[in-house]
Design a protein around this ligand. Structure first.
Ligand SMILES: [Zn+2]
Length: 312
C-alpha cells in the first residue's frame, strides 16, 4: 500500500449495527486509488494510521447515481478537479442525485431510482453531541443505525417513523421551525465538544427532554404517513472512550499539510481519540478534515507538542 496515492472519501460506518449482547459497529477510512477503485483502512481501537499529504488542497470526490434503496453507483470525477462546492467540483455537484433529495418534499422532481430510494420508510431522530449541542435529523430504513454512527452522536433517540422520505423531511422542517432544533451541527463543533465531553447523565437527560418535547409536538401536529416512536439509538462501543469525560487535547497539527501518524483508541463519527508516539496523552483528531485530500500511507509520526499540564 505504500507509495500509492489515495483520494480520501472519509470515515464510513458500514458494518452491521450492534446487536443484543455484542457490538459489531465497524468503521473504516475509505480511499480511492488513481484507477478509481476503492480500498478501506479499518479503524479499530489500536489502529495505527500514518500518512503524508501528497497534493495541496481538496479534490472532487465525484458524484452518485441512486438506483434504489440499496443500489447506487459512484462515478469518478472526469476532470480530477479541485473541490469547489464542499467535496465536489461544480459539474459533479450539479449532476449528483443526492442534491435533489433536499427539494423532493417541496415538490421537486426526481429520477425514478432516487424516487424509489426516497419512498422507503425513514426515521426522524434527535441527536445530542459531546458539548450538548443537539439536532434533528433523518435516516433511511437501511441506514437507520449507521446514519447516527456517522454523525458521531453521543446520545440519540428516534422520535418518529415515517412512511417515506418526503413525510420525514416535512416533519424535520416542522421540528426546526416549532422546536428550534437545527438540522446541522458542524464537524468542528463536534470535535471541540469531544475535547471536554459533558457527563453522560447530563447529555442523556437533555436528549430525553428534547425527544419528549418533539414527540408531543408531532403527536399534536396531525397529518398522516407517520407514527410517533420512542426508541433509543445504541452507540457503538468504539465510540465509548471518546464520549467519556476525560482530560485531553485538540490535535495541534493541520491535517491539510505535512506528515502525520498516531494510534486510534476510540472513534465517534469521523472524530478519533488518538495517542502520539512518546506522549502519554489523548488527542482529538478530526479525520473528517481528510475528506477530499490526497494522501500516501506510510510509517509516519506526528510531532508531540509541548502541552500545558494545567489540565491535570
Ligand atoms: Zn468533479
Amino acid at each position: 500500500m505504500t507509495d500509492a496515492r489515495y483520494l480520501v472519501h472519509g470515515v464510513f460506518w458500514d458494518g452491521p449495527p450492534p446487536a443484543a449482547g455484542h457490538d459489531a459497529g465497524r468503521a473504516a477510512l475509505r480511499l480511492q486509488d488513481p484507477s478509481g477503485g476503492f480500498t478501506e483502512v479499518a479503524l479499530d481501537a489500536g489502529t495505527r494510521l500514518g500518512f503524508r499529504l501528497a497534493s495541496p488542497g481538496k479534490h472532487c470526490l465525484g458524484h452518485h447515481k441512486v438506483h434504489g434503496p440499496a443500489d447506487r453507483d459512484h462515478l469518478v470525477c472526469p476532470d480530477r478537479a479541485p473541490a469547489a462546492r464542499g467535496s465536489q467540483c461544480g459539474p459533479c455537484f450539479a449532476v449528483d442525485d443526492s442534491r435533489l433529495i433536499h427539494d423532493f418534499h417541496r415538490g421537486g422532481r426526481v429520477p425514478s431510482g432516487l424516487r424509489s430510494y426516497l419512498m422507503q420508510p425513514h426515521w426522524l431522530y434527535i441527536a445530542t453531541f459531546a458539548h450538548g449541542a443537539s439536532k434533528v435529523g433523518t435516516a433511511s430504513q437501511l441506514r437507520k443505525w449507521h446514519r447516527l454512527a456517522e454523525q458521531g452522536a453521543v446520545v440519540a433517540r428516534y422520535v418518529a417513523r415515517a412512511g417515506d422520505g418526503r413525510v420525514v423531511r416535512v416533519l424535520e422542517d416542522l421540528v426546526t421551525s416549532d422546536a428550534g432544533l437545527p438540522q446541522q451541527v458542524r464537524s468542528a463543533a463536534k470535535a471541540a465538544g469531544l475535547t471536554a465531553p459533558a457527563a453522560a447523565a447530563e447529555l442523556d437527560g437533555l436528549n430525553g427532554r428534547l425527544a419528549a418535547e418533539v414527540r408531543t409536538l408531532l403527536a399534536g401536529a396531525g397529518g398522516e404517513g407517520f407514527d410517533v416512536v420512542d426508541e433509543r439509538w445504541q452507540r457503538p462501543g468504539l465510540a465509548d472512550a471518546a464520549c467519556t469525560p476525560a482530560a485531553r487535547h485538540a490535535y495541534p497539527h493541520d491535517l491539510g499539510a505535512d506528515a502525520h501518524g498516531f494510534t486510534v483508541s476510540s472513534l465517534s463519527g469521523s472524530i478519533a481519540l488518538a495517542w502520539l508516539d512518546g506522549a502519554d496523552l489523548d488527542f482529538v483528531v478530526n479525520l473528517g478534515a481528510l475528506k477530499g485530500r490526497v494522501i500516501e500511507l506510510g510509517d509516519h509520526g506526528s510531532e508531540v507538542p509541548a502541552v500545558q499540564e494545567s489540565l491535570f
